[in-house]
Design a protein around this ligand. Sequence first.
Ligand code: ADP
Ligand code: ZN
Length: 227
Amino acid sequence: MTGAVTRGPINLVVLGPPGAGKGTQAVDFAQRQGTPNISTGDILRDAVRAESELGRRAKATIDAGGLVDDQLMIGIVRERLAHPDAARGFVLDGFPRTVAQAIAFDEIMTGHGPLAVVDIAVPDDALVERLARRRVCGQCGHATSVAAGESRTTCERCGGELVLRSDDTEATVRERLRVYAETTKPLVDYYSSRPNFRAVDGQQSPAEVGAALTQAVEDMLAEGTAG
Ligand code: ADP
Ligand code: ZN
């Protein structure tokens, strides 16, 4: 992990396919700059766990590998970003996920300070294997990767039980990758011609990806292109 961020906080959107390591990078970056990390996947999983109205509406979609309705997601994010803790910068993981969400997000971001968009790029064939190895803590949500044949079952952070995420089963993973290619990849095209967009190589250690991500953000800020 790289050191503390010295400049003021920024608004960062982390893009990337399922299994790219977005969640890990988003959490680390947000912690380093002292801003909230807003993960729409976590918001939805919390809602499922709490059996709220949102959770009930989203569960079947998530477990099938589909995408939750755009207007519902836009409403959730709009509301979350209006909280005072997001006024001094935030990291967004999992949103926008469709071009319709990105268009709404452009409008939400008006007057919200500098924005950087970073795509964590990982080729398809690496993703299936990564997702098969991913485990999450049922208690604190910490994500970790188990090696082939490894039988570790407890979370190193809190001692909770490590489980396969309900949408990391093979059939759902395939569907999520299909949905990603069809619906979310066009987002990279939506953003890629903008000066506040960078792609980083996701096929490095988490620490190296973190360093590349931080560097990309620093470069955009130095150039004055984050906007
Ligand atoms: P990953 O990036 O590993 O696929 P996430 O934790 O970001 O997973 O999201 C898990 C699931 O939650 C998605 O497969 C989708 O069903 C739902 N979801 C999360 N964010 C959004 C969003 N912005 N729009 C629609 N559905 C979403
Ligand atoms: Zn834990």
